[in-house]
Write a protein that binds this ligand. Sequence first.
Ligand code: G3P
Length: 218
Amino acid sequence: MKFFIDTANLDEIAEAQALGVLDGVTTNPSLMAKEGITGEENIINHYKKICDIVEGDVSAEVISTDFDGMVKEGEALAALNPQIVVKLPLIADGIKACKYFSDKGIKTNVTLVFSAGQALLAAKAGATYVSPFLGRLDDISTDGLNLIAEIRQIYDNYAFDTQILAASIRHTMHVIDCAKLGSDVMTGPLKSITGLLKHPLTDIGLAKFLEDYKKGNS
Ligand code: G3P
């Protein structure tokens, strides 16, 4: 299972990268705005900085909602670095653009996916990644994990290459449940990764080992 971090915060990206378990980064316009990154030039420079920190795939989202605009923006983003994955919304023109980019061998991440039917379309269009938003489904009393299970079954039935990128992850249990369901990738905030480290018995056990070592060597 690949671990992506879902942020545009360079410190958090660096911290996850330093842990040695990071496989990539996902961003979106809201995450960029949260870091105060605005304006085309600043956003482009920020993507370059992210690519310098991580070794894996970096999703960069287009703002256009029409095919021609998505192609223009996506090509410019993809030209920045081979790590860039063009992130496209699941709308008709996004699917057309996904097919265009996949035919050209440019990686894509189809985002804002909330149904199995949408995920099927993304796979048919050759998406590298499909991003079902778990947390936002859970927010409206709909089982986000069930969507991951449905997509897994459909993709396995037809051996689609598209990777399921579980997005809108909110906490560690989402990560664990997605791993159980066979999600290829998860993307979440730093705490959803570092939270996996935590267990009180680890802390208690380590303290005891160190205490016993000190006794034996004093
Ligand atoms: O990767 C999708 C993500 O950015 C959305 O997360 O927490 O805003 O629903 P959230």
